[in-house]
Design a protein around this ligand. Structure first.
Ligand SMILES: [Mn+2]
Length: 357
């Protein structure tokens, strides 16, 4: 099939209908997804990072003049009633709304919170949309949860939605089944990423998604990025002088052990696709999720820069190694730290997108 054939009519529709927002060189936006807020009990996956999320929103992003996009699966309605979630986390609803004063606050719905559309008394209803598109000069970044790409799965899901929700709420919960918010195996996850990748390249836009819980930066997973970084360092090694060489060698050893870890966890699958001659187009970003055991990932846009960041509790964690050898920064003396995992200029991202597609 020619790369120009429109293969994703539902994603084209989503792009057309998306809520438009214009960014300029002073815009600051935080994108978070997959909070999976519950009722505060043992099976609430948001609970363990709630203090971290609250602190970083209240003390870093809100005073830092950031706008906010919550990119789907914020409430875990498969397991809990909206009333129980709203009762437990009402402080967060107030906090989210405050970001409107910095510019805007939008909330897209995902598969776990699509039922919000039927709720009459949902407090954040005025911010709820299916997708948002950022106009950045002549370029477009489309923000949506990502489950829409699994059209077949999604239709099946909608058909049985009521019984699935019934099962999860009344059986999975008392039985103590945890962690079914990551309902995809790596092959299905890859299929979702792949179709959003194709759609983005055809439309020459950048997509920002959540849903798979796997952070992506410029269409690269952590393992892909480590591979590239190691290649770069090997190249630099050959022309470096003695002292520099020792440092490069040490970095390579550290990055290789990080990469081994990725392979052991079975995280490896890339978006390099045959139709684009195996060059990676930087058209898909994924904010990851906020229910990680050690911390949370998020995307930031600050003027012409896009970043993947990681927030974690510095008191509980091993020393964190960033692939970019950036240093973590502690937020006041809260014990919570932020580290930039990756960053690039949006102008570079779009130049590459246009040159390679
Ligand atoms: Mn989801």
């Amino acid at each position: 099939m020619s790369p120009h054939t429109k293969k994703h009519p539902h994603l084209d529709r989503l792009l057309k209908r998306a809520k438009p927002v214009t960014l300029d060189h002073s815009s600051k936006v935080l994108v978070l997804s997959d909070l999976h807020m519950g009722n505060g009990g043992r099976l609430d996956e948001f609970r363990q990072n709630s203090e971290l999320v609250k602190t970083m929103l209240e003390r870093y992003y809100l005073p830092g003049q950031y706008s906010l996009v919550l990119n789907g699966d914020i409430e875990e309605l498969f397991k809990f009633s909206l009333e129980s979630i709203a009762r437990q986390w009402s402080d967060f609803y107030d906090l989210f709304f405050k970001f409107g004063q910095n510019g805007f606050f939008w909330k897209t719905y995902g598969n776990h919170d699509a039922a919000l559309l039927d709720e009459r008394e949902y407090r954040l209803a005025s911010s709820l949309v299916e997708s948002v598109k950022f106009h950045y000069g002549d370029e477009t970044l489309l923000l949506f949860h990502g489950h829409q790409a699994a059209l077949f799965l999604w239709q099946t899901c909608s058909m049985f939605n009521r019984s699935v929700i019934f099962f999860l709420r009344y059986f999975a919960k008392p039985l103590g089944i945890r962690n079914f918010s990551v309902a995809y195996n790596s092959r299905q996850r890859f299929a979702i990423e792949q179709s959003i990748y194709e759609f983005s390249n055809q439309s020459k836009i950048v997509s920002i998604i959540g849903h798979t819980h796997r952070p992506l930066f410029e269409s690269l997973s952590k393992a892909d990025f480590l591979n590239y970084r190691i290649e770069e360092l090997c190249r630099a090694y050959s022309t470096a002088d003695g002292e520099k060489r020792a440092a490069i060698k040490l970095s390579i050893v550290e990055l290789k052990s990080e990469l081994d870890g990725c392979y052991k966890k079975g995280k490896v699958s890339g978006l390099r696709s045959g139709i684009y001659n195996n060059l990676t187009i930087p058209s898909v970003f994924n904010s990851g999720c906020t229910i990680g055991k050690r911390g949370i990932t998020a995307l930031e846009i600050e003027g012409s820069t896009i970043r993947l960041v990681y927030w974690y509790n510095g008191k509980q964690n091993r020393k964190f190694i960033s692939e970019r050898s950036n240093r973590p920064m502690e937020l006041d003396s809260t014990g919570f730290s932020r580290i930039v995992l990756n960053e690039d200029s949006l102008d570079y991202v779009f130049s590459r997108l246009h040159l390679l597609t």
